[in-house]
Structures are given as C-alpha cells and as structure tokens.
Design a protein around this ligand. Structure first.
Ligand code: FAD
Ligand code: UDP
Length: 374
C-alpha cells in the first residue's frame, strides 16, 4: 500500500499531525518510530510495583493556550495537578522558582523581611525576573541577594545540566525558571495544568485511534524508509541526522535516569526535588505524587546529565546558544528546499519546546501548510 503520508516519530509532534491528517483530511498515514513505544519522550508505563512512571523524566502538562488545552482534552481527562518543586540549599529545602517564601526558608525573619521589602519596592508583587537580569542590579543589597540565588540555585545546576555556565547559554534557558516576586510556590503559573488521568501513553493511544493511521515501531527512517511507499513526509527527528550531518553535528544534551524502587510509602515531600550544588544528579522525581497512587512502595528516578554521544544515548535537549542556532539555520535552509517534506518537533526545529508548544506548533503546521496541500 502507498500511504499519503509517512510520519517519522511518534511523539507529540508526529501524533498530533497524524491525528489531524487522518480526521480532518481523511488521508492515510504510516507513523514510524525507532523506539519500541509510542508517545516519544512523554512515554509512561506501570513499573513492577504498579507505579505509573515517566520513562524520560517528569512530564507536567501546562499551558496558557485554551486552544491547545481544549485540543489535548479531546483525548484525555485530567488529574488536577499543580507542580511544586523544592531545591536543596545546604540542609534546607526551599521553593523553586526562588520566591519570597524561599527568602524566609533560608534567612532569618529579619533579613528575609529586609530583602522582601527591597524586591517589592524595586519590582512590585507578581513580577518574574530572569536571574541574569537580577544580577545586573547596582543596589548592593539587591546584588547580594541576586548573587546568593545565582550561586545556590543556578550556577551549579546549570553547569551540571548543560556543561556550560548560565551566561554561555541563550538567555531564554535560565529565564524558564525566573526569580518570582511572589508567595506563589507553583513551578508554573499557566491557566491550565494537569497530568493525563490515565497517563500520557493512553492519551497517545487515543490520539492514534483512527483507521487511517497505522503505526510501526522499532523502525528507523534512515534504515527502513526505502521499503515504505508514501507521497509526503513529515519528519520529527533530529534535523542534522536527516541531512547526514553535512554541516556538522548539532550539539544536544543527554541524561541518564537511574530508577529505584523503595520499600516505604513516600520518599520526598513533592514530586521533584532539585539538587543545584550537592551530588552529581540534578533532580530526583518521585512519580507517585502525580497520580496520588496508594501503594506501600514508591519509585524514584535520579537524573544525571550527560554529553550526547551519537549511538550511545538520546538527544534530549537542544543546546540553545548563538553558535548552535547559526548551525541550525543552515539545516533549516536545506529543509526549505525540499518539496512535500515537512519538519516539525523539538529535534527537527532544534528548539527547547515544552509539550504544549509542540502541540501548538503541530496544529499550526497542519492548518497553515499541510491542510491546504493535502
Ligand atoms: P519527541 O517526544 O522526542 O519524539 C520524537 C520521536 O521521534 C522519538 O520517539 C524518536 O524515537 C523518534 N525518532 C527520531 N528519529 C527517528 C528516526 N530516524 N526514525 C524513527 N523515529 C525517530 N515538556 C513539558 O511540557 N512539561 C514537562 O514537564 C517536560 N519535562 C521534560 C523532562 C525531560 C527530562 C525532557 C527531556 C523533556 C521534557 N519536556 C517537558 C519536553 C517534552 O518531552 C517535549 O516537548 C516533547 O516530547 C517533544 O515532542 P516531539 O514530538 O517534538 O519529540
Ligand atoms: N535551573 C537551575 N536551577 C534549578 C532549576 C532550573 O539552574 O533549580 C536552570 C537550569 O539551567 C535549567 C533551566 O533553568 O536547565 C531550565 O529549567 P527547567 O526546570 O525548565 O528544565 P527542564 O525541566 O526542561 O529540564
């Protein structure tokens, strides 16, 4: 059979576009993934103790886009979950993003009140300030607090996570977790937040549940695509790999996840605890918090950042900085020369996208480019 579309990658980018093509254009789709499962990096599964774990690290769905939320809600119900994160500073666990409550967790009441008043006077309640911006302060007290936050929350974590210092990365990277002049301890302030009631993999099963969609796993585009007949291609894998690295390799960052089953009911206060300075790992996730599962056991995962090495580990994060973005542009220009071939996704766009952004980009790609041309 000849398919109207071959889609490479069964993550959010590939599966949202597959769903749109199948239901809105009524065309046939073959979707392939080289992994042995659907859902890309959002994949979750029940482990031996019956705990629903996220294979590729903690995934929390959050968005301010009603369009994205309404779309995804067609395929899942939600657990009303708002993410809170603690970071270890010395022997204390403090709320992150660093906020006014964090001040009171690390300083005496008197000192914290002084810094709170200064921050409120300068910025006003509710403002979010990227740490690199806060560091530019000339006021000596504000500079002291900025340096404290930089040294205790950002510097060590960023060096572990990226192998780079905060100012060697695109400004947007550390700005994802700004200093928050607020008593709001939530990690995200988006209007819509949740965890799919039956998990992400089930959400993907619902997305792909259409007679126009076929799925083949354990199938690599580079190795197997010549045996598949199709008219148009949608590619969501790494863009440098697609072009056989002709301009050089785009750098990515990888991770190693160390899962541990623990024979006690709970391990930590919240689902995610960050370790900016202590230890080689950056964070520990305890998955039971997401679904509030009732179990005598618990499962946690330690996250160890690693250099990405082709063929050895996975390219989880594009490393956004000027040099890498320039290299990406060369591939982008090449991709625009190809007919009937569409590139979309975190790896194909070389962008540090969250899930909701990918859903938004995929919906847009379908509406603006694919629907009219199908
Ligand atoms: P992916 O999910 O990576 O899917 C791409 C798929 O393509 C993969 O399954 C891959 O196997 C396949 N593929 C690649 N090349 C080929 C090939 N040659 N042949 C066949 N198949 C191929 N986002 C949030 O919104 N909230 C979070 O809390 C969050 N936490 C995260 C935590 C971690 C540790 C990581 C790494 C990411 C997190 N994200 C989070 C981001 C989220 O995972 C991505 O936005 C999303 O998965 C991107 O979807 P995608 O379809 O572009 O890519
Ligand atoms: N970050 C940090 N300390 C923290 C949390 C985040 O330095 O406790 C910085 C770090 O550079 C990290 C970036 O902010 O890579 C983005 O953090 P986020 O939690 O969004 O990372 P992700 O969940 O995407 O891995």
């Amino acid at each position: 059979m000849k398919y109207d579309y071959l889609i490479v990658g069964a993550g959010f980018a590939g599966c949202v576009i597959a769903e749109r093509i199948a239901t809105q254009s009524g065309k046939s789709v073959m979707i392939i993934d080289r992994r042995n499962h659907i859902a890309g990096n959002a994949y979750d599964y029940y482990d031996d103790n019956g705990i629903l774990v996220h294979k590729f690290g903690p995934h929390i769905f959050h968005t301010s886009s009603k369009k994205v939320w309404d779309y995804v809600s067609n395929f899942t119900e939600w657990i009303d979950y708002e993410h809170t994160v603690l970071a270890v500073i010395d022997d204390k666990k403090v709320p992150v993003p660093f906020n006014l409550n964090s001040l009171y967790s690390v300083f005496s009441k008197k000192v914290a009140a002084k810094y709170e008043a200064l921050l409120l006077e300068k910025y006003g309640y509710g403002l979010k300030i990227p740490i690199l911006k806060l560091l530019e302060n000339n006021n000596p007290d504000l500079k002291t607090i900025a340096e404290y936050i930089y040294n205790n929350i950002f510097n060590g974590y960023t060096i572990k996570q990226w192998g780079l210092k905060p100012n060697e990365l695109d400004f947007s990277v550390t700005s994802r977790v700004p200093v928050f002049i607020s008593h709001d301890n939530r990690y995200f302030q988006d209007n819509y937040q949740g965890i799919p009631l039956k998990g992400y993999t089930e959400l993907f099963r619902n997305l792909l549940n259409n007679r126009n969609i076929e799925i083949t796993l354990n199938t690599d585009y580079k190795i197997n695509s010549s045996s598949i007949k199709y008219n148009k291609l949608i590619y969501t894998g790494p863009i440098d790999e697609f072009f056989d690295y002709k301009f050089g390799k785009l750098p990515y960052r990888s991770l190693h996840f160390d899962f541990k089953s623990i024979n006690r009911e709970w391990f930590q206060e919240v689902s995610q605890v960050n370790y900016p300075n202590e230890n080689e790992y950056t964070r520990i996730t305890e998955f039971k918090h997401f679904h509030r599962q009732d179990s005598k056991m618990t499962t946690i995962a330690y996250e160890y950042p690693q250099e990405f090495v082709l063929g050895i580990n996975e390219p989880y994060y594009p490393i956004q900085n000027d040099d890498n973005n320039e290299l990406f542009k060369k591939y982008k220009v090449e991709s625009e020369k190809l007919k009937n071939t569409y590139f979309v996704g975190r790896l194909a766009d070389y962008k540090y996208y969250n899930m909701d952004q990918i859903v938004g980009v995929a919906l847009m790609k379908y509406e603006k480019e694919i629907a009219n041309n199908s």
